[in-house]
Write a protein that binds this ligand. Structure first.
Ligand SMILES: O=C(O)C1=C[C@@H](OP(=O)(O)O)[C@@H](O)[C@H](O)C1
Ligand SMILES: C=C(OP(=O)(O)O)C(=O)O
Length: 415
């Protein structure tokens, strides 16, 4: 299969979530262009409107009003979105009122204790039985805390920084390795009392001053599927335009460059975040490499598609310490191992390391399972395109959780 041409991924999901949810702590009217149309961000928008905010979407243009109105419903369904739930835990912990955050079957299995525990240290009152959703919150007056996180998680960091904006004193958050920094960037743009560097951030009580206009660059995590597809399919060359190039999100591009990929990264702007263009061309001789534990948070959502790239590289690619992937929308380690093995890939787990030996010739299969996980679904769709195999991928529709136009974008490049 040959892929040719350029494409624009939808607005970045992580940034879109934050833009929407932060409006609950801000003032002013904001117009957001290229807001993500995905199902996960729709959960955040719904939450904003229930919790007294005002968010209206027209195509990919979002209009949000910072002033808080009446709470319409304090029970919020976060759907499949871990980001919506965890950020709301931090945001609501210091708000007067009682709230209940729930989600779908997958979200109900994901750990919330890691957020609840440090929030309780700040005086928050939260109940999440066995550490899972539903999460009940009784808003309390919060006091600042100095947190040292045991896991590099941007969702956990963000929840604590959002709580810190409502707490008495200066809240410090230290992470063991750098994770995506959209919260820190946006808080700075909203003139919050915050500062920091190298994985240590401090915030003090502040209201957010929402920017009048905000443009969301394309989602590099969504673009990753089509970029990788071009690298592994003969005669292919694609260009991802207007895409986010934040250094804390492009770990997978750096790994692919180490593997010898024909990749060109051109930064074209720095506002509101670094963005530009990525060109990817077929690379017949990808070489295996070792990916260190501290690199994983910088590419955490790209591990499934990178594992497929590794299956086409010569030698053993080792992803160190990928345990966090077990607690995403599915157990992504088990999902990629079982599904790529079914396609004939030599893929194994040793402790928390993932080992992929290539190059593999993918074999045709009748059926594959995404386990309802969007990133697994899109990885398998790219694998099937490479194998020229029309397998039925169970719950392929889950791709819309982050990338509603995925199939059309892939077809468009194949035409
Ligand atoms: O903060 C965010 O927007 C996200 C952080 C990551 O999760 P963790 O921070 O829990 O690793 C990532 O997997 C998720 O897709 C989005
Ligand atoms: C893990 C993801 O999202 P969330 O944690 O917000 O559900 C993802 O988009 O891959």
């Amino acid at each position: 299969m040959k892929l040719k041409g350029s494409f624009k991924a939808p607005g970045d999901k992580s940034i879109s979530h934050r833009i929407a949810l932060f409006s609950l702590l801000g003032k002013g009217r904001m117009q957001v262009n290229n807001f993500s149309p995905c199902a996960d961000c729709a959960s955040s928008l719904k939450a904003v409107n229930l919790l007294g905010g005002e968010a209206h979407i027209f195509g990919d243009m979002l209009s949000v009003e910072g002033a808080l109105g009446e709470i319409k419903d304090s029970r919020v369904d976060c759907g499949n979105s871990g980001t919506t739930m965890r950020l709301l835990m931090g945001l609501l912990a210091g708000r007067p009122g009682e709230f209940c955050l729930d989600g779908d079957e997958s979200l109900r299995k994901r750990p919330m204790q890691r957020v609840a525990d440090p929030l309780r240290q700040m005086g928050a009152e939260l109940i999440c039985e066995k550490g899972n959703a539903p999460v009940f919150i009784k808003g309390k007056e919060l006091k600042a805390c100095d947190h040292t996180l045991s896991v590099a998680s941007a969702q956990l960091k963000s929840a604590l920084l959002l709580a810190g904006l409502q707490a008495r004193g200066v809240t410090t958050v230290r992470e063991p390795a750098q994770s995506r920094d959209h919260t820190e960037r946006l808080l700075t743009q909203c003139k919050a009392a915050c500062n920091g560097k190298n994985g240590t951030w401090q915030v003090a009580q502040s209201e957010l001053d929402l920017p009048e206009r905000y443009w969301v660059p394309g989602d590099i995590s969504s673009a990753a599927f089509l970029i990788t597809a071009a690298l592994i399919n003969p005669d292919s060359r694609v260009m991802a335009e207007d895409v986010l190039l934040n250094p804390t999100r492009i770990g997978f591009l750096k790994v692919l460059l180490r593997m010898g990929a024909d990749l060109k990264i051109e930064q074209q702007g720095n506002h509101p975040e670094p963005w530009g263009r990525v060109t990817a061309g077929y690379t017949p001789k990808l070489e295996a490499c070792e990916i260190m534990a501290e690199e994983i948070p910088l590419m955490v959502d790209e591990v499934p598609i990178l594992a497929l790239a590794a299956s086409q590289a010569r030698g053993v690619t080792i992803f160190r310490q990928v345990g966090e992937l077990r607690i995403k929308e599915s157990d992504r380690i088990s999902a990629i191992c079982s599904q790529l093995s079914a396609l004939g890939v030599d893929i194994r787990v040793k402790d928390d390391d993932l080992l992929v030996t290539g190059p593999a010739k993918l074999k045709p299969v009748a059926e594959l399972d995404s386990f309802g996980d969007h990133r697994i679904a899109m990885t398998l769709a790219i694998a099937c395109a490479l194998a020229e195999n029309q397998a039925n991928i169970k719950k392929m529709e889950s791709a819309a959780i982050s990338y509603p136009g995925f199939q059309d974008a892939l077809n468009g490049l194949m035409a």
